[in-house]
Design a protein around this ligand. Structure first.
Ligand SMILES: [Zn+2]
Length: 263
């Protein structure tokens, strides 16, 4: 008999079948296995895990599970002081740059609206996302657990919410990103940074009405797209308020808002 006892804590339980949630349960080790593979065999992506204790002692992902081990698996901690324990990464999610899988385009645009550095293409393959994340040390955002099991991804977050606006609120809250918001500083189309420009520099891009009524413009340093505080701007501001204030009522516009006209 080579059984271990496992317990997953807090939101890691989201990934478990109901009968295994929030309890210590026994598991038969079929073969020699690292604790990383053991954890992922229950559908919990390793990127969700911050601390692993085996018999009360911190271990890393390469630890080989031993018969009789009591293994506790903890998620990313945002508020709990775990400094005496070994974290699995040198620091938690404090460098909020992202790469987003091909299915979450609206989330990518919303996060850019809030000023986050977000790489996204609707043609991204899982392998590309994993490679970018590894090379550029970006956090992967996805609703695909299999993607997060790629070994080279060290930072990732499985997005629980289905609707894009709820996804934004979830991510800001779970990764505690409120201090990193810089709304209206990034291009929604290409992720480039915006700079203030003279109206003359973007005149050729403007419709006659825009030329007449607006005088302050910004331009994407990467793709040249012009931005101004047009009719959508107030609604976009409300949207930002909604993302950042939990009690804020949802604005009326649809999720396609950001696609149509940037501020
Ligand atoms: Zn751009």
């Amino acid at each position: 008999m080579s059984q271990v006892q496992l317990r997953f804590y807090e939101e890691l339980n989201d990934f478990l079948p109901p009968e295994l949630r929030k309890i210590a349960f026994s598991h038969e080790l079929a073969r020699r296995t690292s604790v990383k593979d053991l954890i992922e065999s229950f559908g919990v992506p390793h990127t969700e895990v911050e601390v692993i204790l085996a018999n009360g002692r911190s271990v890393d992902f390469s630890y080989i599970a031993q018969a009789g081990d009591r293994i506790s698996v903890y998620p990313m901690f945002e508020s709990l002081d775990i400094s005496p324990l070994i974290r699995l990464r040198e620091k938690p999610l404090r460098d909020p740059r992202f790469v987003i899988d091909a299915n979450l385009g609206q989330l990518a645009r919303y996060l850019r609206l809030l000023g986050f550095d977000v790489l996204y293409r609707n043609s991204f393959t899982d392998r590309e996302v994993a490679r970018i994340a590894s090379r550029e040390r970006r956090i992967v955002l996805t609703r695909d657990r299999a993607l997060l099991q790629h070994k080279i991804i060290t930072r990732g977050y499985f997005v629980r919410a289905v609707k894009p606006r709820e996804q934004v609120r979830e991510i800001l809250s779970r990764l505690d990103l409120y201090g990193a918001l810089r709304p209206f500083t990034r291009c929604l189309r290409c992720n480039g940074e915006l700079e203030d420009v003279d109206k003359n520099a973007v005149l050729h891009q403007l419709e006659p009405k825009t030329k007449k009524y607006y005088h302050c413009f910004r331009r994407c340093k990467a793709c040249g797209q012009a931005y101004w505080k047009g009719s959508h701007f107030n609604r976009m501001e409300k949207l930002c308020d909604y993302f950042t204030a939990p009690s804020e009522p949802a604005p009326m516009e649809s999720d396609s808002e950001v696609k149509r006209e940037p501020p």
